[in-house]
Design a protein around this ligand. Structure first.
Ligand SMILES: *[C@@H]1O[C@H](CO)[C@@H](O)[C@H](O)[C@H]1NC(C)=O
Ligand SMILES: *[C@@H]1O[C@H](CO)[C@@H](O)[C@H](O)[C@H]1NC(C)=O
Ligand SMILES: *[C@@H]1O[C@H](CO)[C@@H](O)[C@H](O)[C@H]1NC(C)=O
Ligand SMILES: *[C@@H]1O[C@H](CO)[C@@H](O)[C@H](O)[C@H]1NC(C)=O
Ligand SMILES: *[C@@H]1O[C@H](CO)[C@@H](O)[C@H](O)[C@H]1NC(C)=O
Ligand SMILES: *[C@@H]1O[C@H](CO)[C@@H](O)[C@H](O)[C@H]1NC(C)=O
Ligand SMILES: *[C@@H]1O[C@H](CO)[C@@H](O)[C@H](O)[C@H]1NC(C)=O
Ligand SMILES: *[C@@H]1O[C@H](CO)[C@@H](O)[C@H](O)[C@H]1NC(C)=O
Length: 543
């Protein structure tokens, strides 16, 4: 179970709100006007329509002879000039005509989520017009972006979203230089190469949002990004960035969201640097090659909600100051070399935590008592560490848990563990394997609970006992993994009453009797839905 599958609210981005106000104003003004739109602007729209190879039914309302201010997706201003063209998700196909740039009152052009293709006539669209917001995300535009050289004009463009297209090539640096009012640039999910276009902030003092994630950008993160004093959001995940985070980056002290997951960044997270980003709410550096300790100063980031440092080479103990990050919702430190006892951290003050993922580290000691105050936890993954001890009755407080994964530690007393967990009615995934060595699987036939459990894994524990009858009450079970134990007796006939079971592994036990033909009667194994039984569903169980 990957915590990322949980519905956790991610970043939210803010738009210049004065824009919306302006748009609203134009709508209000329009209501009091009876004139028609300007003929020349109407013919620009008709030319745009004629250039499309698929108009998704737009021509039904875009008819010559009618007032184009009333056409679908069109808003005019008080002068009856076209102000907004909002045609997101209209099934438009084909190329777009640069002549839209000649609409001198145009503020917003939103063509997001269509099937438009060819080159994006960026110069034609923005250099000659008044466009403030241009969103062509989720289309099939391709090729490189043109370099633009018209330095003399003041470009009003504030928001440019070209994400989720098929753009290639380097990001044009001169284009960045002329866009001197840019606030947000979203170029994510394309195939751009080359360096981060960091000159943006030098030329555009209010630059606030840069999303370059999911491209093929490379090289090191340029130090002049530190000049971006208004930068709130910097996302560069899933690229080929190398080297350390430059010290200067931390001068960008307005940063709220800093994320570079899945790159080859290295170095240490410096105490003196981290402390400078006091507004940080999301820090995502997972899947890189960072090493060293988690800095103490992380405790000063009072607004931190998500900390993703998983899949790096971090070592040492967690700083106790982590307990000061009282807004933390997600703590993802999986697959590192972190160690020590968690008892020093006061989880009681981290009561907003929803996900804790410490999979594959070297933590030891018992589960800290204070963690039981994190009553909002929906996923707790402690597998593949060196935790020991019995489960505490105080764990009862974690009844919001949907996923509990504690496998491959040294926990003891499976009976106690099961009695505590049975009343966790939200629990869907329970992975306990590799603990409780040589204990006996509870045989209490009156055992109940676990009413929503779908995945149960207790393998590799050398457990004695039988495949107990209480398991037959777990009617929602999809996956049952009891391999590599010393369970004895026969395979019970009730197995085939588990209507949703599609994966059963009871290999490497001491089960006796004939191969139970009953197994061929398991409903999901008989049904067409058995295609679920693939390798992936098995891998999900590993941790
Ligand atoms: C729209 O109507 C005007 C006036 O009747 C005409 O001149 C123009 O050619 C028409 N445009 C198109 C694209 O049909
Ligand atoms: C464009 O429209 C889509 C769909 O309505 C919306 O989600 C998106 O935020 C708009 N883009 C901008 C920049 O406002
Ligand atoms: C495109 O990106 C801009 C700026 O980040 C954002 O405001 C807008 O909502 C995005 N559009 C869509 C369709 O997500
Ligand atoms: C950029 O656009 C994508 C859609 O392609 C959207 O999911 C993402 O949130 C946007 N980034 C920002 C920072 O607004
Ligand atoms: C990336 O862009 C492609 C289209 O080029 C789109 O189908 C896909 O959904 C986008 N991915 C994300 C995560 O937005
Ligand atoms: C930016 O960061 C560097 C390195 O950390 C530092 O030497 C410099 O003084 C900082 N500049 C400003 C303007 O804060
Ligand atoms: C832990 O935090 C809680 C809540 O903030 C507080 O009441 C308690 O005194 C703290 N415990 C210790 C040992 O500091
Ligand atoms: C396991 O816990 C139960 C309940 O607390 C206790 O009665 C039992 O003695 C424990 N078993 C072992 C082997 O310690």
């Amino acid at each position: 179970m990957r915590p990322s599958q949980f519905p956790c609210s991610r970043s939210s981005s803010k738009l210049p709100t004065d824009l919306l106000g302006f748009a609203l104003l134009t709508v209000l003004c329009l209501a009091s006007s009876t004139d028609s739109c300007i003929d020349q602007e109407k013919s620009v729209l008709l030319q745009f329509l004629a250039g499309l190879s698929g108009d998704g039914g737009l021509s039904a309302s875009w008819r010559n002879g009618t007032n184009c201010c009333t056409w679908e997706g069109i808003t005019c201003n008080a002068d009856m000039r076209i102000a907004d063209i909002l045609l997101a998700s209209k099934a438009l196909e084909g190329q777009i005509s640069p002549s839209l740039g000649s609409l001198t009152g145009l503020l917003q052009l939103n063509l997001s989520h269509n099937s438009l293709s060819g080159e994006l006539p960026l110069e034609g669209l923005v250099s000659s017009s008044s466009i403030v917001v241009l969103d062509v995300s989720f289309n099939h535009f391709s090729g490189a972006l043109q370099e633009l050289f018209i330095q003399s004009t003041i470009w009003p463009l504030q928001v440019l979203n070209i994400s989720s297209n098929l753009f290639t090539g380097k990001f044009p640096t001169t284009t960045c230089k002329v866009m001197n009012n840019l606030v947000a640039l979203n170029a994510s999910n394309n195939s751009f190469i080359g360096q981060i276009p960091s000159s943006l902030c030098i030329n555009s003092p209010s630059f606030g949002v840069l999303d370059l994630s999911s491209n093929q950008f490379g090289g090191s993160i340029p130090s002049d990004i530190g000049n971006c004093s208004m930068l709130r959001v910097l996302k560069g995940g899933r690229n080929n960035f190398k080297g350390p985070l430059p010290d200067e980056l931390f001068n960008a002290s307005s940063l709220e969201h800093l994320s570079f997951p899945n790159n080859d960044l290295n170095g240490v997270l410096d105490d003196a640097n981290i402390i400078k980003l006091s507004k940080l709410s999301i820090l995502d550096l997972q899947q890189n090659i960072f090493s060293g300790n988690i800095p103490k100063s992380i405790g000063q980031l009072k607004r931190l909600k998500e900390l993703h440092l998983g899949e790096n080479y971090l070592y040492g103990e967690l700083p106790s100051t982590l307990g000061n990050c009282t807004n933390l919702k997600i703590l993802d430190l999986k697959i590192n070399y972190l160690s020590g006892d968690l008892g020093k951290i006061n989880f009681s003050s981290l009561s907003n935590l929803m996900i804790i993922d410490l999979l594959v580290n070297n933590f030891n000691g018992t589960i800290p008592e204070s963690i039981y105050d994190c009553t909002n936890l929906i996923a707790l993954r402690l597998s593949w560490n060196k935790f020991h001890g019995e489960f505490s009755h105080r764990m009862d407080r974690l009844r919001s848990l949907s996923c509990l994964s504690v496998g491959w530690n040294d926990f003891t007393n499976i009976t106690k563990a099961l009695y505590i967990l049975k009343s966790f009615s939200n629990l869907k995934t329970l992975l306990l394997g590799g603990n409780f060595n040589h204990e006996t699987l509870l045989a209490d036939e009156t055992m109940d609970g676990f009413e929503n459990l779908q995945y149960l894994e207790i393998s590799g524990s050398s457990l004695h006992g039988k495949i107990s009858l209480w398991l037959s009450k777990l009617t929602k079970l999809k996956v049952l993994q009891l391999s590599n134990n010393q369970l004895s007796g026969s395979v019970p006939a009730w197995i085939n009453s588990l209507n949703f079971l599609f994966y059963l592994d009871i290999s490497n036990n001491n089960l006796t009797g004939e191969f139970p033909t009953i197994l061929t009667q398991i409903p999901m194994l008989k049904s067409d839905k058995r295609t679920n039984l693939d390798v992936r569903s098995r891998q999900r169980l590993v941790s």
